[in-house]
Every structure is written in C-alpha cells, then in structure tokens.
Design a protein around this ligand. Structure first.
Ligand code: 4NP
Length: 157
C-alpha cells in the first residue's frame, strides 16, 4: 500500500480538495487497493471542521464527494505512516519539516513541483478563487499519480 498525505495551513481548502480529487482519480483507475489518501493541517485552527463551503461546492460541480472529511493536524507519527507528504505551498513544506523533525527528506514534496508550474497552490481562503485552485489541483494530482506509477512500477503492472 502506498500512503499519500496532502498538507496545507488549515486543512479546509486546498489539502481536502487535493485529497478528494486524488481519491476520485484513484477510484477511477481502480487503484483503491494500492493507494490510500489523507490530508492534514500544519495549524490547529480547524480540527474537526468540514471542508470550506467553497471547496465543497467546487467539488460538487465536478461530482466529487467530500463526505465524512474533517480537519486534523499533522502529527509527528505521520512521518512513518506516509510515503508521500505533500505540501500545497512552500510555507507548508517548511512547517511540515519542522513538525516532523525532518529537515530534508525527499518524501516531503511541494505539490506543484511535480508539474511544470513549480509554484505554490494559491490559497482560495484568501483569493476566493476556488476554480483557479481546482484547476491546479487536478493537474498536480494527475502528475502525482504518474510519478507514483513510475516510482513503483513493480506494483502497477
Ligand atoms: P487552507 O486555507 O490552508 O488551504 O485550508 C486556509 C484555511 C483557513 C485559514 C487560512 C487558510 N484560516 O486562517 O483559518
């Protein structure tokens, strides 16, 4: 099993969006038995909260469910549990490294560094633009799945 964790500041906008989109992709490709997905926050601000209503309604437009999703905070033990720990922006990556006590491990990645964009995912909590974020999340998730498939070729044949 390959375990993927998306991380942002609040775990209500970007990382739950990436979790739901990536799960959807994994289901469509019938890879549920091989890839598990979760998300978490670097902050404690929204522990137990559902995703932001902007994230829920944007995903609904594309028939992607957020049912049962609630915010949680990244924990030190997540380091051992996950194979890919993906920050949605550079400050998330800095905070992930600090929380996990892992200054420089290759399993900690900035999401859009897997694409040609190589930039932060804009935070719709501040921009209000959930479409812009969704479009980048789709692209990043596709790139992540391709990367996982090529990194673990033995498991995907
Ligand atoms: P997220 O966005 O990190 O994409 O979930 C935010 C959510 C909440 C807050 C900031 C950013 N906040 O200040 O509560």
């Amino acid at each position: 099993m390959i375990n993927v964790l998306f991380v942002c500041l609040g775990n209500i906008c970007r990382s739950p969006m990436a979790e739901a989109v990536f799960k959807n992709l994994v289901e469509k490709e019938n890879l549920n038995e091989k890839i598990q997905v979760d998300s978490a926050a670097t902050s404690s601000w929204h522990i137990g909260d559902p995703p932001h209503k902007g994230t829920i309604s944007k995903l609904k437009e594309y028939n992607i469910s957020t049912e049962g999703m609630v915010g949680r905070q990244l924990e030190k033990t997540d380091y051992e549990k996950f194979d890919y720990i993906i920050g949605m922006d550079a400050s998330n990556v800095t905070n992930i490294r600090e929380i996990l006590g892992q200054p420089d491990h290759p399993k900690i990645i900035r999401f859009l560094d897997l694409t040609d964009h190589k930039k932060d995912v804009p935070d719709p909590y501040y921009t209000g633009d959930f479409q812009e974020t969704y479009d980048l999340v789709i692209e990043g998730c596709q790139a992540l799945l391709n990367s996982i498939k090529s990194n673990h070729e033995d498991q995907f044949n």
